[in-house]
Design a protein around this ligand. Structure first.
Ligand SMILES: Nc1ncnc2c1ncn2[C@@H]1O[C@H](COP(=O)(O)OP(=O)(O)OP(=O)(O)O)[C@@H](O)[C@H]1O
Length: 311
C-alpha cells in the first residue's frame, strides 16, 4: 500500500470536526477521483496528505512510514509527492520553461531540455516556453503547474481541480495526455473534481466525501450502478430523484435513475412530453408523470404521450 490514511481526525474549529475517523488507502499506480460538493473537504484532505496542515488524530502513512505533517518537513510538502493546489505558486519572473524545469537537475542539460519539452507537450504549452506566467491565462498557468509537478516523477501526485480553468477542447486534450502519462509512469494520483464525468474513464476508484464523511469508495462502474445515496447520484451527472412515496407508487426498484436508464417502451408508466430539445448527441426530453417532471435522453425528437420502462 502506498498511502494509508487511518482514523484521521481533523478540525479547523474545535467545536466542529471536518474529518472524524476518515480512512483511505491508495495503491501504487492507482488513480483516485476525490469528489463531493463544494466545501466537503477535498482541498483540506489533499493538504493534509501532502503535509501542509497539522491533523489532530489518526495516522497518515506513506510506504508504511508515518508522516508528521508540517513539523516533519523543513521544506513544505512531502518529498515523494507533488501537489498542484488551486493557487499555482509559479515563479513570476521565470519563463514557462524555467518553471517546468524548476525541480529538474541541471547536471544533464540535454536531458533536462528533452524532459521539459516532453512535459510541455503533455500540457499543450510547447509554443509558450518563453512566456512568463503573468502573460498567461489562468488555465495556462494551471497547466504550467501541472507540468512542473510531473517533472520530478513523484510517487504520488495530488491535483486539486486541475481542469477547472480549461475550456472544453483543451480539457479533453490535456485529460487524455495527463492520464496516459500518469499510467505509463505508474504514478499514483488523487485528483479532486466537481465534475466526475471528466475523470470517470480513467479513475480506478471514486472516493466520495459528504460534509467531511467518506461515504463511498468504489470503482466507477460500481458507483454508477449503485450510488450510495441521492447525493452521490447527483455528483455523477443529471439524474432523476424520486421520493420513497413516488418509488412505491411507480413500482420502482430504487430512488435515482439516470436519464439513459429510462427508456421508451410499448407499455409501462405513462408520461406526457413537456419538451424535447436537441442536445448534440441526443435529444433531452422533459416528461411529466402525473405532475412529476423527469428527464430522459432519446435519439429521436419526442412529442405527445409515451410509455416508459425503468431499467
Ligand atoms: N483555513 C480555513 N479555516 C477555517 N475553515 C476552513 C479553512 N479552509 C477551509 N475551511 C472550511 O472547511 C471546509 C472544507 O473546505 P475545503 O476547501 O477542503 O472544501 P472543498 O471540498 O475543497 O471545496 P471546493 O470544492 O469549493 O474547493 C469548508 O466548510 C470550508 O469553509
Amino acid at each position: 500500500m502506498l498511502l494509508e490514511v487511518k482514523n484521521l481526525y481533523f478540525n479547523y474549529q474545535t467545536d466542529k470536526p471536518l474529518f472524524q475517523n476518515l480512512n483511505l488507502n491508495v495503491d501504487e499506480g492507482q488513480i483516485i477521483a476525490l469528489v463531493g460538493e463544494s466545501g466537503c473537504g477535498k482541498s483540506t484532505l489533499l493538504s493534509l496528505i501532502y503535509g501542509l496542515i497539522d491533523w489532530q488524530g489518526g495516522d497518515i502513512l506513506f510506504e508504511g512510514e508515518k508522516l508528521f505533517g508540517p513539523k516533519g518537513n523543513l521544506v513544505p510538502g512531502e518529498s515523494q509527492m507533488k501537489f498542484v493546489a488551486q493557487n499555482y505558486d509559479l515563479m513570476p519572473y521565470g519563463t514557462v520553461y524555467d518553471n517546468v524545469g524548476k525541480y529538474i537537475s541541471n547536471i544533464n542539460l540535454k536531458e533536462k531540455k528533452a524532459k521539459v519539452e516532453e512535459l510541455l507537450d503533455v500540457v499543450g504549452l510547447t509554443e509558450f516556453a518563453k512566456v512568463i506566467p503573468k502573460n498567461l491565462s489562468g488555465g495556462q498557468q494551471q497547466r504550467v503547474a501541472i507540468a512542473r509537478a510531473l517533472a520530478v516523477l513523484p510517487k504520488m501526485l495530488l491535483l486539486d481541480e486541475p481542469f477547472s480553468n480549461l475550456d472544453f477542447s483543451r480539457k479533453f486534450e490535456l485529460r487524455e495526455k495527463l492520464f496516459n502519462y500518469v499510467k505509463e509512469n505508474n504514478l499514483s494520483l488523487i485528483i479532486s473534481t466537481h465534475n466526475l464525468e471528466e475523470v470517470l474513464p480513467w479513475a480506478d476508484k471514486i472516493v466520495v466525501l459528504q460534509q467531511g464523511r467518506l461515504i463511498q469508495n468504489d470503482s466507477p462502474k460500481e458507483t454508477y450502478e449503485n450510488p450510495y445515496n441521492d447525493y452521490v447520484a447527483r455528483l455523477l451527472g443529471e439524474v432523476n430523484i424520486f421520493t420513497e412515496e413516488e418509488k412505491s407508487q411507480l413500482n420502482l426498484k430504487k430512488t435515482n435513475y439516470f436519464p439513459h436508464q429510462i427508456k421508451i417502451a410499448e407499455s409501462g408508466v405513462e408520461a406526457t412530453v413537456s419538451d424535447s430539445r436537441f442536445a448534440g448527441s441526443h435529444y433531452r426530453n422533459k416528461l411529466l408523470i402525473n405532475d412529476k417532471p423527469i428527464i430522459i435522453y432519446t435519439d429521436e425528437f419526442l412529442e405527445g404521450k409515451v410509455n416508459l420502462k425503468f431499467l
